[in-house]
Each structure stands twice: as C-alpha cells, then as structure tokens.
Design a protein around this ligand. Sequence first.
Ligand code: ATP
Ligand code: MG
Ligand code: MG
Ligand code: MG
Length: 439
Amino acid sequence: MSITARHCLSKIFQPITATSKNSKITRQQVTSKSQRLMLELGIIQQSIPGCFHLLPLGVKSLDKLIKIIDNEMFKIGGQKVLFPTLTNSKLWNESGRLKEVGTELFQLQDRHNHHYILSPTHEEVASEMLSILAPLSYRNFPLKLYQISSKFRDEIKPRFGLMRGREFIMKDMYSFDTDIESAKKTYEEVCNSYENIFNTIGIGYAKVLGSSGSMGGSLSHEYQFKAPIGEDNVLYCSSCQYSANIEVCEDHQKCPNCGDEKNINIQCGIEVGHTFLLGDKYSKPLKSTFIAKDSKPEVLQMGSYGLGISRILAASVEVLSSETEMRWPSVLAPYNVIILPPKKGSAESLQTEGMPEKLYSNLEEKIPGLKNNILMDDRTSLTLGKRLLDAKRVGYQFTIIINKKSAEENPLFELIDIKNNKQLYLSKEALCDYIQQNF
Ligand code: ATP
Ligand code: MG
Ligand code: MG
Ligand code: MG
C-alpha cells in the first residue's frame, strides 16, 4: 500500500526558482515562455548557452514521448539502432556536405590529427554502414533504421531553450529501398506514422511541403506547430488546401499551386519534424548498394525522417501554457494527478489519516494508465492553499484535495480539472470514474 518515495513530491528533485535568482542565466538568455517556465519549475537547467540539463521530470516526459514513438515505429517495422556521435569528416566530404553545412558543424581533431565532426544528423553514417556491409541481397530490403540520440549544431543563435539548442535530442530514421517506387511507399508509410505520433500528442499541427535545404532529395514535408514564437512562416491557401513553408514558395503572395492571391494565410510555425525522400543523394557517393534479382549491384534509394524530440517537449509547453502556468499534453505530462493531503496537525489531517494513501492505491488500481503518474504532495507543513497554487503552476491535470468534506461520514474529495476548467466535489467512486473518462 505504501507509496514509493519517488512519487512523493518532497523527494523529487525539482528545484523551483525564479530565473532572476538563477546566477547562471542572464535575462537576455531567457527568450521564450516555455524556456522560462521549464527553468523556473524545475524541468530543465541551463548548462552553457544552447545546452540544458534535463531534470527528473523532464526525463519522465521525454521517456513518455520516446515510448509513443517506439510504439509507432514498431508498427511499421522500424528497428532501433544507435550510431556513434563522433563521425569521420571524410564521409561528409564524400557527400559534399562538409563545405555546404560548414559553420554549423562542430569539428574536432584527435591526437593523431584525424578530423571528426559531432554529427548534426546521420545520413552519411547510415549510408556508410550499409556500404561496409554491401552488397546485401534485395531480400534484406526495405530496411528502416532509427535512433534517438543527441545531435550537435553550432546554431548561430541558440535560443528558446530546448527549441533551438546546440546539443539536442532527435529521433532520426533512415529508410533503404531497392527502387524509387518502393522508396516512395516507405516515405508515405513513415509520414502516416509521424501523423499518428502527432495525433497522439494531441497538439494541432500542420503537415506542409518543406524545403529540402542542404539535405537534398526530391520531396520533403515539415510538421509544424502553430505558435507566434515559431521561426518558420507557413503559407496556407484555403482555395486549394495547399500548404508549404514559404521557403519553397517563390512568390509569397500567390499560392504556388492554384495561383490564388486572396485566400492566402501566412502563420508562424515551429518545425517539429521533417521528412525527406532522398533517392540516391547519399547512397550513390557513399556506395550503399545491394544485389538485385538479376545478380547485379544497384544503388539503394533512401529516405530520412527527423523528429525534434527535445523541441517537441518545449514546443508543446509553449503552445499550451499561459505566461504563469505550465501546461502539458496529457500523454507527455510528467505526472497527471496530484493528491494534496490536509496540513499536518489540522483536525482534518487526524480525521483522514491513511485516506490519501488509500485513494492513491485505488486510483492506480482502477486506472492502469495512472500507474507511476500520481504524485503525493507530502509537503504537509505547507498550507493547502500554497500547495494548490504550486499545483496549478506546475500544471497537473487533476488535483485532488483532501479536506473537511473528506472527513464526513460520506467522504467527498475536491477535484480540480485544469484542462476542462472544473472544480467538483465527488465521492471516491465518482472521482475514479471522472478521471478515467477525462484522462
Ligand atoms: P530549423 O529550420 O528549425 O533550423 P532544421 O530544418 O535545420 O530546423 P532538420 O535538419 O530538418 O532541422 O532536423 C530535424 C528536426 O530536428 C527538426 O524538424 C527540428 O524539430 C529538430 N531540430 C533541428 N534543429 C534543432 C535545434 N537546434 N534544437 C532542437 N531541435 C532541433
Ligand atoms: Mg537548422
Ligand atoms: Mg527548417
Ligand atoms: Mg528541417
């Protein structure tokens, strides 16, 4: 019955501090609402500009996102790998990207004067790995390899906290097919899977035509969260439903698809994912080949698919939060429910002894999705009012308050549901039902 210490608020490492009191951070370095809230409410901590410590609640949320992604990748036969971050610069020379990406690359030399980069993305590495194994048989394909790892980019302006870091976490997938038609099919399949991921997260997004930039390839789509702080401009034409990053539109007034000038709408977006149909842009120079049915070697056709993992966390908080209160999508919230027992020493505290723990176990038993997602605010030397304010700021969807009414013959619990803006008094059974239905 006892609640493990890791689900008691007093034991959680969640340093809550005003950014003005944080000696590491100057005011100028706090450039977005989500960055400030995540810093102040103990989700992240700044290391050097563009690099952040992810604290326990941040990691809990990250793990939830990774689980959603792993689930979707499993459905389409994605296989998880882990490539080294340190990459031989030679590979980037062979693909032609060493010069092109240039200043955004972190480059270094080892003691033997060999040149390396800290990978900002892994198209070259994935292609080379297959070329070492080449020639594999056509029977080995299609192949979808993905990883979730740290990426490094020397961003000219690291800002907005996790949204534009110099070290950040990306999920990147590389697909290999034996011909361009099947590569296109794989591309569609992964795009559908990415749409499932964004639908599960539950934040409105737009899938728009994207620019291939230095990545290359023949087709690309971006996944954008709408937000005023977004650094991309997304064009939407309500006449023909065409939407694109304006980087791919030659004339920003006109719809590139139907030519309409009146029903064009341009909004700011945060790019949270990007997919590319690459063809042989990397597989050809890096010699990733396979043995075709006629026993001759042929070049593989590739796709590349990035999701900004750490950016998605911050962008979600950015879209949902107010200036003073942090909010999460339910599926990514570090905890969904917090229970506030009465203040220590109060009459209610004595009358309801053991009740908070019992309620905790009941909720966990009845609602499997709440396992490890309920927190006990055991800081009972603080008033209920103070703890309630904290709970609202941190943004648990459900706050359950155990007070006078809980000590009555037919105990009632006060429930605050911040998502649906409701305050209710419910019996234990009705409380479980309500949370189950609205979780
Ligand atoms: P941006 O246009 O914002 O610079 P990008 O187009 O350079 O991003 P991609 O190369 O397409 O980024 O990388 C795939 C995904 O990685 C992006 O869609 C984004 O979600 C994420 N990402 C890119 N750069 C960063 C960064 N500096 N910090 C955090 N996430 C990033
Ligand atoms: Mg970039
Ligand atoms: Mg971009
Ligand atoms: Mg991009």
